[in-house]
Design a protein around this ligand. Structure first.
Ligand SMILES: NC(=O)c1ccc[n+]([C@@H]2O[C@H](COP(=O)([O-])OP(=O)(O)OC[C@H]3O[C@@H](n4cnc5c(N)ncnc54)[C@H](O)[C@@H]3O)[C@@H](O)[C@H]2O)c1
Length: 263
């Protein structure tokens, strides 16, 4: 696989201002694609783009989107197409976490998790699918989680959304048929990002350990490689799935978890 294998592709990454989305955007850009970062926080998206060194002939675009608002999602796709010509690679990455036992889980937060991490990606897929199929090439990459494959205590909303998006991934792959469009999910294990750091205090209460020892005592015992995953490792997987070499891989939910989950 060459280093510039994505030359002239246009990639749109939601939630690309931070963590995994930012690493994916950086890696796709380094691999040759034009890149749009869409985030709830436009200022953070613009800052993130500034931190990615400009390469000759490759465009960068910051967009504002609320993935929980379907009109905002359509507007994001339209603006990206207007500015960069089309969308070849869609990465549905935006997300957040809420940790609480089912008895105390607020219904509106459960709904929001589903809206941002399942309905939003569905709407974004609707917005790009016809164009990709017409052009005979496209990549849709949904960021699920190992929590899309296994239940985790206190994560009812998150696990439901992440299981759901694997279903959406499979339907998209089947409907893409022989069009040249593939759709896959990446299922990261624990990646060291703000999303993970923010949940340590809540998890420590659930598991009755100190916040400082959640990683060592609660998370790592499940990980054969005994480490957190790097955001750039998820970026590398996204670049591979976006390449022509990955053309036969579709409808898959690929764990990048240091062995935490093996199915
Ligand atoms: N960090 C992990 O260990 C881990 C593991 C598995 C899956 N994931 C998934 O990876 C994705 C990225 O997570 P991260 O760890 O990089 O988190 P992060 O908090 O670092 O970044 C998430 C980004 O999404 C944006 N965002 C949140 N709500 C949004 C909305 N409604 N509309 C648009 N943007 C919104 C935030 O502003 C932020 O920039 C999420 O879908 C998450 O569930 C993370």
């Amino acid at each position: 696989m060459g280093t510039q294998q994505l030359i002239n592709r246009v990639a749109l990454v939601t939630g690309g201002a931070s963590g995994i989305g930012l690493a994916i955007a950086q890696k796709l850009y380094q691999a040759g694609s034009h890149i749009a970062i869409a985030d709830l926080d436009l200022g953070k998206a613009e800052e993130a783009l500034t931190a990615i060194p400009q390469l000759d002939g490759q465009q960068k675009l910051a967009l504002c989107v609320d993935m929980a608002d379907y009109q905002s999602v359509y507007a994001m796709a339209e603006r990206c197409e207007e500015k960069l010509g089309r969308i070849d690679i869609l990465v549905n990455n935006a997300g957040f976490q809420h940790v609480a036992p089912i008895e105390n889980f607020p219904k509106e937060v459960f709904q929001k998790l589903i809206d941002v991490m399942l309905v939003g990606p569905f709407v974004a897929t609707q917005a790009v699918f016809a164009g990709m199929k017409q052009r005979g090439w496209g990549r849709i990459i949904n960021i699920s989680s190992i929590n899309g494959k296994i239940g985790a205590p206190f994560k009812a909303g998150y696990c439901s959304a992440k299981h759901g998006i694997i279903g959406l991934t499979r339907v998209t792959a089947v409907e893409a048929g022989d069009s040249g469009v593939t759709c896959n999910a990446i299922c990261p294990g624990f990646v060291d990002t703000p999303l993970v750091r923010k949940q340590l205090t809540d998890l420590s209460m659930g598991y009755n350990v100190s916040p400082d020892s959640v990683i060592e005592e609660v998370i790592l015992p499940h990980v054969p490689q005994n480490r957190l995953i790097g955001a750039d490792e998820i970026g590398d997987t996204a670049v591979f799935l976006s390449s022509d070499e990955a053309a036969a891989i579709t409808g898959q939910a690929i764990n990048v978890s240091g062995g935490y989950v093996m199915h």
